[in-house]
Design a protein around this ligand. Structure first.
Ligand code: JCF
Length: 747
């Protein structure tokens, strides 16, 4: 049994359900980061591992499979800013094979499905799997009419204007079927990527982490002239809607696409069965570095299109194709030191300093070590990783860099451990400000408790505040923040808005600093003045409060409308926060005890006891906070913590005093649901939950996640449960989806 199978066998219904919930969140986040924000947060190998783990748990506990199971998801929903395109034929992703046995099983499965006799001929194509992003290009009457990204497989982004700038994508196609959708991969060649990054660096613009990100960032430009200036290429490998078939085989269809003027991969080969496929895989892997573009595996497809048709699809992947992935690239080197960095929220992050080593073509000298448990050889649940072996300075370690994200340590060679090493100990005081650094129960991260007293946290938070998604001040980036902070000119957030008054004229001025002049100083002061007027959501996000991301910033801004209203509710809820925490701790303590009949009762007793001292107004304020759709107890706690810390509170109040908050978008006053609090429950059939929420909010309604006496309307779809019952009990108006649509006037 492998490691992962052992612990799946040890899972209970409860732990399996919890883990599936966690995997759904982690994978959805990873998906969003990868597809929508062009900024991968976890490596491809890690992503694949988590997805496999999820599938394995689902197989062991089929009843626990979630409605939002990551197994059913392809890519992520389209980002805002581009038009949407519904794909007539779904754009699929591929299942993965990781070793020879998986490839043999792929072939065996197909033979079983088709009922082929042993030894019967079955031909496959094998081609390099390009590490780019997929695109569907539609031609009508031989003329390019539309190009769309994959998006979530059903709906992609309209990138027609951008795609027209790619020279591998012809504008007109001779002898094409009347309707032709060509699918393939947009990518950037190594040489073009290097030249682009040189250019970007020279201009002081963003340097891309890898060709895939560069290709994605270039294709998904709202300004097509930028795409035009980027050297993108395209390999065609599949098709969507067709008014007539292209050919009888995959290989011949690729030949036709090539005849029509598309680039098809010249490495594509025909294989007679698994042995041949594996030989081709090894040959392509051996030539990987010479190809001139990134590939991350080999794609095999059944060659006969008639057989492809019979094989069909599973939920998101074709049965007739599979991607045989390359293992993540690794290299061994020496761990020369472990530094501890302090982040914006005070988290102490251990960073491995490495003797520089090349991994997958990039020189690596640092790697993330996550947290102290990871270094000690334990995962978040206390299970052993690396067979429980810890990492010590001086160790020989194996580094991997799959998906070109932050390098990580995969393994350690215990036999090479020098004498006299000692286990790493995470400092219990902040390396920057010497405040105590504490670990909360159930958390793997140790945090500096210095808050704004800690220079490292202060600088990190100032950088966050002026960042693109927050105040977005031109000319005030990370470097400038560090400089002004070191000079003591910007200490608290509000100092940004006092910079001109204090250092605009006189002896010490920004203009007199090295590298600055009158013009650049004036430009900076102008940009700061312009940034005084801000939407509430951006400022809330910019505060850098834990768990308060962009989405939560918008939700809170919409719900409260002003800082004063939000602060009043949080202030009122502060007594409830400590009770919530006490209840959670009591529950945690109870849960670690043996499972027995009385546990449930004791859990609810513990909860009731902890909540008993809370007065009604605090309780109401707390419920108001956590009742906002998308705002949970975790964020509510973080808000209470931030606002009850005197220094921090003063810094925030000062900042708001210096700002002008933009009036929120006027909502339709005459809308029948303006000002009403609406709750959606059960399944909606005509729109997604997200769309329903957005529509209601655009009509001036507040959307809440739970039913309370403040709820005005409950929209209940099929499968509505406890919320519908509670609404009935409270006498709240309940509508079905059609009645809701009729009410808002677009049934
Ligand atoms: O190169 C690729 N990334 C690639 C992706 C190649 C293929 O032949 C594919 C693919 C995704 C889906 N074929 C399908 C059906």
């Amino acid at each position: 049994m492998t490691q992962s199978e052992t612990d799946i066998a040890a899972l209970t219904q409860d732990t399996a359900r919890d883990e599936l919930a966690r995997l759904a969140t982690v994978l959805a986040d990873a998906n969003a980061a990868y597809h929508t924000e062009d900024a991968p947060r976890i490596s491809d190998a890690e992503y694949d591992r988590l997805k496999r783990r999820n599938a394995a748990i689902e197989q062991a506990f089929p009843d626990l499979k979630r409605d939002d199971s990551p197994s059913d998801v392809v890519g992520a929903a389209p980002a805002e800013g581009f038009g949407k395109v519904a794909h007539e034929v779904r754009m699929l992703s591929l299942g993965n094979a990781f070793d020879d046995a998986d490839v043999a099983e792929f072939d065996a499965r197909i033979r079983r499905f088709l009922g082929l006799e042993a030894g019967a001929d079955l031909t496959y194509t094998a081609e390099p799997k390009i590490d780019g992003l997929s695109l569907s290009v539609r031609y009508e009457g031989g003329q390019l009419v539309r190009a769309a990204t994959r998006g979530d497989g059903e709906t992609g982004e309209d990138v027609t204007t951008n795609a027209r700038t790619i020279s591998d994508i012809p504008e007109t196609v001779p002898n094409a079927p009347d309707v032709l959708e060509v699918r393939g991969e947009v990518y950037m060649a190594h040489a073009d990527f290097a030249a682009l990054n040189d250019r970007q660096a020279a201009e002081g613009s963003k340097v891309f982490a890898n060709p895939r990100n560069a290709a994605a960032g270039s294709l998904r430009q709202l300004d097509a002239s930028i795409t035009a200036a980027r050297p993108l290429r395209f390999f065609a490998y599949a098709w969507g809607s067709l008014s007539e078939p292209l050919a009888d085989t995959q290989h011949a269809a690729l030949g036709r696409l090539a005849d029509m003027g598309f680039s098809t991969n010249p490495e594509t080969a025909l294989c007679e069965g698994p042995e041949d496929m594996l030989a081709t895989y090894r040959a392509i892997a051996a030539r990987r570095a010479e190809l001139g573009y990134d590939i991350d595996g080999v794609v095999y497809k059944v060659n006969d299109l008639g057989l492809q048709g019979r094989l069909g699809f599973r939920s998101t992947t074709p049965r007739w194709a599979i991607a045989h992935k390359f293992p993540a690239e690794t290299a061994w080197t020496r761990l020369s030191g472990i530094d501890v960095q302090v982040g914006r929220t005070g988290a102490l992050s251990p960073v491995a300093r490495l003797d520089p080593v090349t991994v997958g073509g990039v020189v690596v000298s640092n790697a993330t070590l996550h947290n102290e448990d990871y270094i000690a050889g334990r995962d978040a649940k206390g299970h052993p990783i690396r067979n429980g072996i810890d990492l010590r300075v001086g160790d020989r370690v194996e580094i991997y860099r799959a998906g070109d994200v932050i390098p990580k340590v995969r393994d350690v060679d215990l036999s090479a451990r020098p004498e006299g090493t000692t286990p790493f100990e995470m400092p219990h005081r902040c390396p920057d400000c010497d405040s105590p650094a504490l670990r909360e129960p159930g958390e793997s991260v140790r945090r500096c408790t210095g808050g704004l007293v800690c220079p490292a946290q202060r600088v990190a938070r100032l950088k966050h505040l002026v960042g693109r998604s927050a105040l977005d001040i031109d000319g005030l980036g990370d470097k400038e923040i560090e400089r002004f902070h070191d000079l003591g000119w910007i200490h608290a957030p509000v100092d940004i808005f006092r910079l001109q008054a204090r250092y605009g004229t006189g002896l010490q001025t920004v203009a007199n600093l090295e590298g600055w002049g009158e013009t650049s100083a004036t430009n900076l002061f102008d940009a700061i003045e312009a940034a005084r007027t801000q939407p509430l959501a951006r400022v809330l996000f910019g505060l850098g409060i834990r768990h308060l991301g962009e989405v939560a910033g918008r939700d809170l801004a919409r719900h409260f409308g002003s800082w004063d209203a939000l602060a009043a509710t949080v202030d009122a809820a502060i007594p409830a926060a400590s009770c919530h925490r006490a209840a959670a701790e009591a529950e945690l303590a109870e849960r670690t005890k043996a499972e027995d009949e009385g546990r449930r009762a004791r859990l609810s007793d513990a909860r009731a006891l902890a909540w008993a001292p809370v007065e009604a107004p605090a309780r109401a304020a707390w419920d108001d906070l956590v009742g906002i759709d998308g705002i949970g107890a975790t964020l509510a706690l973080a808000l209470c913590d931030a606002l009850s810390a005197p220094q921090e509170r003063a810094a925030i109040d000062d900042l708001f005093a210096a700002l002008t908050i933009e009036a929120p978008e006027p909502t339709a006053e005459e809308s029948p649901v303006a000002g009403k609090t609406v709750v959606f429950t059960g399944s909606l059939e005509k729109m997604t939950r997200a769309e329903a929420k957005a529509t209601a909010e655009s009509l001036g309604a507040k959307v809440s996640g739970s039913v309370s006496s403040k709820t005005d309307i409950l929209v209940a779809g099929p499968g509505a449960g406890s919320k519908a019952a509670k609404a009935a009990q409270l006498g709240i108006e309940t509508l079905d989806e059609d009645a809701w649509l009729a009410l808002i006037g677009n049934a």
